[in-house]
Unconditional design. Structure first.
Length: 558
């Protein structure tokens, strides 16, 4: 059995940061374990290719949720079964049933995790979010205390002020390709909301253009930023294509990790100082539950011996619920599949990318941004806008012929709470994910308001004349009709958090030092520790959490 001082479970955004920072000390041996494969595909490196990292991609876990009871019902074909009739002939029969719609949950399955398949938007959230964490009893996590870690991680090519870093591993830049339709959106939106060219700075509120985690026209994932530059360190070992089964405890002390290689051969890794769970809001609670840490009744269902009854493991799941509006358009300045794009625009764009690393292939697709308030009474933005230069329907899973554009609006702090549990103790089974989207009527009501706010912008010149081919027209004055669409189409915008929450109440899982309560030699370091969902995309905050955690770990073992 190999032994390492620090064993990091999950090679996503947080895991890559930890691998880099903890291996800075040559006296510390570090092992990073990732279930996915290496991130050496051009599909990962070329920014716009993330649009093709769907269900069929080996780099995407492509989870689906349990049926969401607040979603509309839809028809579903059951698997075909063979039946024999009265004269002995066999027939294939497929029964059609109805169930509540399931949500889609893409997650990165490679080094870099979701930072290797996401839209690369650099968003920190609102300062209120971190001050709120501190107010809940999480000492050390106020905005003033986490800002140095955002700055430590960041190298911002275009903004140099007291809110941004210029020497960190994570490269942040403006979107290389400027699209005229984004200008139309911003001009329309600015008639209702102020312009903001630094939504990660002094004030989040306003409309503008997203910044992106790219470098020289390529995706700059957490793996590119933190892991690849240090892969040759002799004290760092990286296992890919390795499934984590469970953590083995001696009493309340983590002693080793059971893993399976790509051929399903079992092997163990001994923990010298600490094991660090960085498998995300779905993976980290799943590993803990398989290891006997979690609600005792949940463990008993699957015949798992309880190491520690921690009721909050897998609970408190929060995610940004989102609704999207889609329009078709004939312009090849917009991304899509049309004869003009395929035979004229794409060949030109391929040359621009190959020789200059510019053009449509550097697009994040979601380029125009907005952080707005649903009413003047709100103190901070509670809605987020993503304006896209492509027609995106059902997460890109539904093929649309032609070019087009689309616009999202999502709730920044939904009230609905869900959970992650086990389907079985088999390490190759997907987790059972139930976000309970829209289970609180307040979320439905706010999303209806958000939809109307978004349409107010889209119905304003100069963007108005470009959104005429509406794939699903709705009467903007009919709240019931909007709610119907919300229940039929709303889904995640890919920011699950909270399932191993930080705190000191009965449902918390980790302390403010990210140590699991009442257990030794084990911490959780990823988005699952967020006690509440932050007001924005979650990749940059996850990297911040890992930067701060690395310092906490180093100080423990100094």
């Amino acid at each position: 059995m190999e032994k390492f001082d620090f064993v990091i479970l999950g090679g996503g955004s947080a895991g890559c940061v930890l691998a880099n920072r903890l291996s800075e000390n040559p006296n510390h041996s570090v092992c990073l374990v990732e279930a996915g494969s290496k991130d050496n595909s051009f599909m990962i490196k070329i920014p716009a290719m993330f649009a093709f990292m769907g269900e069929a991609s080996k780099y995407n876990w492509a989870f689906v949720t349990e049926p969401q009871k607040a979603f509309a019902k839809e028809k579903k074909l059951e698997p075909a079964v063979s039946v024999v009739d009265t004269i002995g002939q066999t027939h294939k029969i497929q029964e059609e049933t109805e169930e509540h719609r399931r949500g889609y949950q893409p997650r990165g399955k490679t080094l870099g995790g979701s930072s290797s398949i996401n839209a690369m938007l650099y968003v920190r959230g609102h300062r209120w979010d971190y001050d709120h964490w501190a107010s809940l009893g999480n000492e050390g996590w106020s905005y003033a205390e986490v800002l140095p870690y955002f700055k430590k991680s960041e190298h911002n090519e275009t903004i140099d002020n007291e809110f941004h870093g210029q020497h960190g591993p994570l490269n942040v830049t403006d979107i290389p390709h400027k699209n005229r339709f984004v200008d139309y959106f911003i001009e329309a939106a600015s008639q209702f909301y102020k312009l903001n060219d630094d939504y990660n700075g002094a004030d989040q509120e306003g409309v503008g253009v997203y910044q992106t985690t790219q470098k020289n026209g390529k995706r700059w994932s957490a793996s590119a930023a933190y892991l690849h530059p240090v892969m040759d360190r002799p004290n760092l070992t990286v296992f890919t294509d390795t499934t984590i089964d469970k953590i083995i405890f001696d009493g309340h002390k983590a002693e080793s990790v059971n893993c399976l290689d790509k051929n399903k051969n079992s092997f163990s890794i001994e923990i010298g100082k600490e094991v660090l769970l960085s498998s995300g809001a779905f993976g980290s609670p799943q590993i803990l539950l398989r290891s006997g840490v979690g609600p005792a009744d949940e463990l008993a269902k699957h015949g798992i011996d309880s190491v520690m009854n921690i009721p909050g493991v897998g609970k408190n799941l929060q995610d940004h619920i989102d609704i999207i509006k889609v329009f078709t358009h004939k312009s090849s300045d917009l991304i899509g599949f049309s004869l003009k794009s395929i035979f004229y625009r794409f060949p030109l764009e391929i040359l621009k990318y190959l020789f200059f690393k510019t053009g449509q292939f550097t697009s994040t697709v979601a380029e125009g941004m907005g952080f707005i308030r649903s009413s003047p009474e709100k103190e901070i933005p509670d809605l987020q806008l993503h304006f896209c230069v492509a027609p995106v329907k059902d997460h890109g899973r539904e093929f649309l012929y032609g070019n087009g554009l689309s616009s999202h609006v999502c709730l920044l702090r939904p009230e609905s709470r869900g959970e992650v549990t086990l389907k079985s103790k088999d390490p190759f089974d997907a987790p059972k994910i139930d976000p309970r989207f829209l289970s609180e009527q307040a979320d439905v009501d706010l999303l209806v308001i958000g939809y109307k706010k978004m349409m107010e912008i889209l119905n304003t010149d100069p963007i108005k004349k470009h959104v005429v081919n509406d794939l699903r027209p709705i009467d903007i004055n009919n709240d019931e009709a909007i709610e119907e669409v919300v229940r039929e189409e709303a889904d995640t915008i890919y920011h699950p958090v909270g399932t191993c929450k930080m705190g000191n109440d009965d449902m918390s899982v980790v302390s403010n030092e990210l140590k699991i309560h009442a257990l030794d030699k084990i911490r959780v370091v990823d988005a699952s520790i967020m006690p509440t969902l932050i007001g924005g995309n979650t990749n940059a905050p996850t990297i911040m959490i890992a930067e701060k955690a690395a310092d906490l770990i180093k100080s423990t073992w100094a």
